[in-house]
Structures are given as structure tokens and as C-alpha cells.
Design a protein around this ligand. Structure first.
Ligand SMILES: NC(=O)C1=CN([C@@H]2O[C@H](COP(=O)(O)OP(=O)(O)OC[C@H]3O[C@@H](n4cnc5c(N)ncnc54)[C@H](O)[C@@H]3O)[C@@H](O)[C@H]2O)C=CC1
Ligand SMILES: CC(C)CC(=O)C(=O)O
Length: 364
């Protein structure tokens, strides 16, 4: 991979490689854009097959955070970290503390939180070395695990998408095919079950599947069969790039709405969903509940204030469909525009000179 060429696409600011031999830490922090404020985005720990795959994931996820934070109205830029390793086998205290020191070295340009493969306990270890971490234990006055809030946001976002597709936002009697029943999707299934939706679930982890079958009477299917189910809604809640040339022709649903980041393998796959009349809830909007919740910690966590903002996901999804119709563009483009316009407006308003401790007037 030509790293600078890759960074020039979509104008990435910084890519940081962090290595600590004694703990086995191999992390890549990617900061995409800090126009709106410090970059906030989670840390994913995953057993990447190659370093190139890890870099590509960090890069794609970081840009997604820029759009997510902008669209959510947060004063935060976008970044993300990937740690190369198996979260079930390779974690240790020293690794997260070493990682915390690397974050501290960025002096607030990047703030982390949980993502796939990392937990509140990991964030607490990072917190031993830096304050630039969120999603730490409620014992510290923080918001804790963001996943249940992400799930709630995904649930109300799915209702907004249902309104667009079916003319009614009730999910009662609707069949939802859920891919991955992990930290976000399990509480999402809980909301759906409570509302009377029928669930079809899959996961590569059999225990996760069994839990959902037992708790919600869900029907279990094999991972590769989830795309072709006779369902109303497909909820991708595992990894990215699952809306692609292989899967789109299998879909029989009217709605794609789930928590996974980077669902579209390429932008053209968003065009393809639109062409098939499938209502797509743009990923970085529907899954913004978690980041909205952890971002509130930066002001001194207030659950009521955070949840009020999470509730706006319904209106944001509805607004995206309105922009999509007005501008005659697919929903993923409408969502991108919403985020890009905000970043541009703030970028332009920041051109005035502002005196600070490091500029030409600092000794005056
Ligand atoms: N946790 C959060 O608050 C947020 C999570 N997200 C995104 O939502 C997605 C899920 O996140 P979490 O629930 O936190 O992760 P998780 O790791 O708890 O759950 C993911 C589940 O997907 C399963 N899985 C992985 N590959 C699969 C495949 N090919 N087929 C079926 N199942 C598969 C895993 O076994 C696991 O049970 C990720 O894309 C994450 O980036 C986005 C915003 C916030
Ligand atoms: C898990 C969130 C708190 C942040 C994040 O990385 C995301 O929204 O993808």
C-alpha cells in the first residue's frame, strides 16, 4: 500500500503506528479530520490477517467517525484505532496502559472509546495513563458501555426507516434478520422483541445465537444464509462491507438498518440498494447513539442530556430521506452531504486569526 497516496484520498490528517514489544501492542491510530474538534472514535481489537488489512480498517473507520460526529452535531472530529490481536487471547494490562501512553502523547488530538473487541475494563486501563478516553466505568462518573445506547439509537433509527418503507414506523409483526448478536445487537433484539417483531439471527459465535434463540424465540440461520431470508428488514450488526456484489442480489428485504460500521463495501453499493427500492438507513447516522453517549462525558456525563440527543437519530434519518427525495440522490449521499456541509461551514468560519499561546503574538 502506498500510504501517503491512500491518505490523500479523503484527506487524512495522521496515521500513528504504536508498538510496544513487551506487551505485544501493535496499534494503528488514524485521525481523519479535526475541523470540528478533537477526533473521537473507538478502539477495535481484531485478529487481522495482514497489516494492510488493519491499516485499511483503521482508515475507513476513522473517516466514518468524522461523518458520524459531524452528522450527530458533535463538536468532534473523526478518528479510530485498531489493535492487531485476538481479543480473547492477546490482551493484557500492560498493552492497554502502553496504548494509553501513546494516546496521551497525542495531547488531545485523539480520544478513544470501545469498539468491537474492547470493553469498559480495557478503557479503565487506558484511563490509568490518559484522560483522553471515554466509555470508562460509571464509578468514575462516566457513561460506561456505549453498546446499549447504540442499540437504542439503532432501534429508533430502524423505526424511522420503517416509516419510509412501509408508511408506518411500527415494527410489530415485522421480520428482522439480524447479522451478529453481540453487544449492540443483543439489546437491539430486546427492543424489537418487546415491540412484537419476529427475529431471525445469525452469528459466528454459537453461544451468542443460542442466547438470542432462548431469550427472544429467534430463528437461527447459518451465517451465509442471513442475506436471503424472507424478512422485512436486514439489520447488519457485525462487521463492515457486507452490502456488496455478492449479497445485494440475495436480499429480499425492503429495509437495511443496523449498527455495523461501513456497511457499504463501495459507494456504488448504496446506489444499487436505491435502484432496487431498498430503503437504506445510513450506518454512521443510525449507529451514532454510542458516540453521542460517550461524548457527553467530555462535558461531565449527564444521562438525560445524552439520551435526549440520541432521540434525534429518528429525525436525522427522516431528514436524510427528505434530502434524498429533494436532491434526487440515494440516502447514503444525502447523509454524506449533511455531514460535509456542517464540516465545511465550520471550516470556513474558522479562518479568522485567533490569538493563542503558540502564534506570533504569544510573547506580547
Ligand atoms: N458497540 C458500539 O457502541 C458500537 C458499535 N458499532 C458497530 O456495530 C457493530 C457491532 O458492534 P458490537 O456489537 O460492539 O460488536 P461485538 O463484537 O460485541 O458483536 C459483533 C458480533 O458479530 C459476530 N460476527 C462477526 N462476524 C460475523 C459474521 N461474518 N457473521 C455473523 N456474525 C458475525 C461476532 O461473533 C459478534 O458476536 C460493529 O460494526 C461496530 O463497529 C457502531 C457504533 C457503536
Ligand atoms: C463505540 C463508540 C463509542 C465510538 C465508535 O467508535 C463508533 O461509533 O463506531
Amino acid at each position: 500500500m502506498e500510504i501517503f497516496n491512500r491518505m490523500e484520498q479523503h484527506d487524512y490528517e495522521q496515521l500513528v503506528f504504536c508498538q510496544d514489544k513487551s506487551s505485544g501492542l501493535k496499534a494503528i491510530i488514524c485521525i481523519h479530520d479535526t475541523t470540528l474538534g478533537p477526533a473521537l472514535g473507538g478502539t477495535r481489537m481484531w485478529n487481522y490477517a495482514t497489516e494492510e488489512e488493519a491499516i485499511e480498517d483503521a482508515i475507513r473507520l476513522a473517516r466514518g467517525m468524522t461523518y458520524k460526529n459531524a452528522a450527530a452535531g458533535l463538536n468532534l472530529g473523526g478518528g479510530k484505532t485498531v489493535i492487531i490481536g485476538d481479543p480473547l487471547k492477546d490482551k493484557n494490562e500492560e498493552m492497554f496502559r502502553a496504548f494509553g501512553r501513546f494516546i496521551q502523547g497525542l495531547n488531545g488530538r485523539y480520544i478513544t472509546a470501545e469498539d468491537v473487541g474492547t470493553t469498559v475494563a480495557d478503557m479503565d486501563l487506558i484511563h490509568e495513563e490518559t484522560d483522553f478516553v471515554t466509555g470508562i466505568s460509571p464509578a468514575f462518573g462516566s457513561s460506561g458501555n456505549p453498546s446499549p445506547v447504540t442499540a437504542y439509537g439503532a432501534y429508533i433509527g430502524m423505526k424511522a426507516a420503517a416509516l419510509e418503507a412501509f408508511g408506518d414506523d411500527s415494527l410489530e409483526g415485522k421480520t428482522v434478520a439480524v447479522q451478529g448478536v453481540g453487544n449492540v445487537a443483543y439489546p437491539l433484539c430486546e427492543y424489537l422483541h418487546k415491540e412484537g417483531a419476529k427475529l431471525i439471527v445469525t452469528d459466528i459465535n454459537q453461544d451468542a445465537v443460542n442466547r438470542a434463540v432462548e431469550a427472544f424465540g429467534a430463528t437461527a440461520v447459518a451465517p451465509n444464509d442471513i442475506y436471503s431470508q424472507e424478512a422485512d428488514i436486514f439489520a447488519p450488526c457485525a462487521m463492515g462491507a457486507i452490502i456488496n456484489d455478492d449479497t445485494i442480489p440475495q436480499l429480499k428485504v425492503k429495509v437495511v438498518a443496523g449498527s455495523a460500521n461501513n456497511q457499504l463495501k463501495e459507494e456504488r453499493h448504496g446506489d444499487e440498494l436505491e435502484a432496487r427500492g431498498i430503503v437504506y438507513a445510513p450506518d454512521f447516522v443510525i449507529n451514532s447513539g454510542g458516540v453521542i453517549n460517550v461524548a457527553d462525558e467530555l462535558y461531565g456525563y449527564n444521562n438525560e442530556r445524552a439520551m435526549k440527543r440520541v432521540e434525534t437519530i429518528y429525525d436525522s434519518i427522516t431528514k436524510i430521506y427528505a434530502i434524498s427525495k429533494r436532491d434526487n440522490v440515494p440516502s447514503y449521499i444525502a447523509a454524506d452531504r449533511m455531514a460535509e456541509e456542517r464540516i465545511e461551514r465550520v471550516r470556513n468560519s474558522r479562518t479568522q486569526f485567533l490569538r493563542n499561546e503558540h502564534n506570533i503574538l504569544s510573547r506580547r
